[in-house]
Design a protein around this ligand. Sequence first.
Ligand SMILES: Nc1ncnc2c1ncn2[C@@H]1O[C@H](COP(=O)(O)OP(=O)(O)OP(=O)(O)O)[C@@H](O)[C@H]1O
Length: 259
Amino acid sequence: METNKPLLKVDHVGITFGGLKAVSDVNMELGKGELVGLIGPNGAGKTTFFNLLTGVYEPTMGNIELNGKRINGNAPYQITRKGISRTFQNIRLFNELTVLDNVKVAYHSNAKHGIFSSILRLPSHFKGEKEMEQEAIDFLKIFNLDLYKDEKAKNLPYGQQRRLEIARALATKPSLLLLDEPAAGMNPQETESLMKLIAFIREKFDLTILLIEHDMQLVMGVCQRIYVLDHGQLIAEGTPLEIRNNPKVIEAYLGEEVS
Ligand SMILES: Nc1ncnc2c1ncn2[C@@H]1O[C@H](COP(=O)(O)OP(=O)(O)OP(=O)(O)O)[C@@H](O)[C@H]1O
């Protein structure tokens, strides 16, 4: 049915670096509003897969469609405009900018007023600027960061920097949000509250979220479905319960614990 068309359709996608198949023949479908996990041991290809979805790399095989339209071959900024936004495993904030400006920078990619009105300082520029600022503050409020809006990003504690990254990604108004280990380096309490927040923003903004997480336990709690990568290949897909009991998954993770 038309309404059930996937938001994201990944069809036999792969990329090879030299001789290494970092991602190989991956198929994935994400429906609108789903919160889906992507897990796998170190070096499984998770971040590379995000890089393929966001145009950092062009697949050497396969096809990626967002809302039925092919996006592979598009530049990252074009893909952001089409509705995919992401966070990074290693925080990438503008450290010297304020918390508020970090969100506004991202918001700019979708701002309604054009570059010319900004340069010429036309009234539409100021109107757009004001609206943008209010929206950015609203995003910060969701993440309890509005109190720190004038603080430099580098002065925020680590956990809050991670939240700011998500606020910034959200400001581009994505339909698909890719989160690369958003809880990395957080303590258990911070992690739990972040997971709840992720579930909340998915609902509030009617988002589809694909969440990379190294820790299986963590994704089990929030994700409806989980994909598992190992050595660049998809070895399993299913509900948290199915994944937990899948022998291939257990083996992949056991292998990692031993090493
Ligand atoms: N630009 C590149 N050039 C060559 N090899 C690369 C490149 N990017 C990634 N790789 C390799 O591809 C494989 C997958 O790496 P990737 O970072 O995607 O794994 P990951 O699942 O995200 O791992 P982790 O959980 O450790 O972050 C690794 O062997 C990595 O060394």
